[in-house]
Design a protein around this ligand. Sequence first.
Ligand SMILES: Nc1ncnc2c1ncn2[C@@H]1O[C@H](COP(=O)(O)OP(=O)(O)OP(=O)(O)O)[C@@H](O)[C@H]1O
Length: 296
Amino acid sequence: MSDESATAQQHNDESAPATHHHDGEAATSQPQNGEATSESRAQNDSSGEGTEPILTAESLTQRYGAVPVFEDLELKVEPGGFTALIGPNGSGKTTLLRALAKLYRPTAGRVAYHGPSVPRPIGYLPQQPRFRPGFSVQETLSFYARLVSGDREHATETATDALERVGLEAAADRPVEALSGGMTRLLGIAQATIGDPPVVVFDEPASGLDPGMGLRVFDVATDLADAGTAVIVSSHDLELVETHADTVFMLDSGDFVAHGPPNSLYAAHEADSLLEVYRAAISGDADRVRVRGDGE
Ligand SMILES: Nc1ncnc2c1ncn2[C@@H]1O[C@H](COP(=O)(O)OP(=O)(O)OP(=O)(O)O)[C@@H](O)[C@H]1O
């Protein structure tokens, strides 16, 4: 299967059509306020103080030719934490998330998974999930379930559980090519959680979604974190991030320019919102996309 979101083990082509993929209409989504959930969770500081990390990046460096995307990044992710990665377009979020999902070998440094030995340690939602047309939502997820566990008998049940997790069960029989963008992303999230990986990495899961659906997606991620999964999410929606994330990493010019729980970041930057922190911490002209290697 070519979908990188499948087993998160050394796949390289995120955009390659997989054996299955998606598009969808939202099933009923009743947005919940993720803030209370986030607050009720322990404040996990991904600096790793006090809790054993489940995923670490050490001296992580990625270059394309001579052009660096990031250099010597250090990162620790704890079980049950909601970690958000934010930063300007082109700052390297997708590149970093794919490294964290162990989908490619970085130029230097390493990503290490320290969790339990399971068939699927890390689930991954690509920025633009695609599924092979001609299959229904249920068939698509059943396929992934068989792929991850090798268990044909329980594949349907596993697929149904994953669909219910994202509220997409009403679309179970719909062909994946007949799903809306939001439904497709929900299917991608369901796919990424097949096999209950201890770590999930979601690349811009709320991108292109209406506000209710975006909130729903972040609430699903919060539920996963509450259940003990280490959740790593990139997003440009700073409001969703500040109401859901335990820890924020702000990536800019190849470095983490801010890192910590939202409240700590407000205090450190004398800010009242993540947007204010973002404006204070991110360098340069906010009106222009900075292209790495172009004058940097
Ligand atoms: N395969 C590649 N070859 C060369 N350069 C690449 C490649 N993939 C990414 N880059 C460059 O690496 C930088 C980081 O890209 P990346 O997609 O990781 O950024 P991002 O923060 O996810 O951006 P966005 O918020 O726009 O999705 C960009 O300058 C991009 O052009």
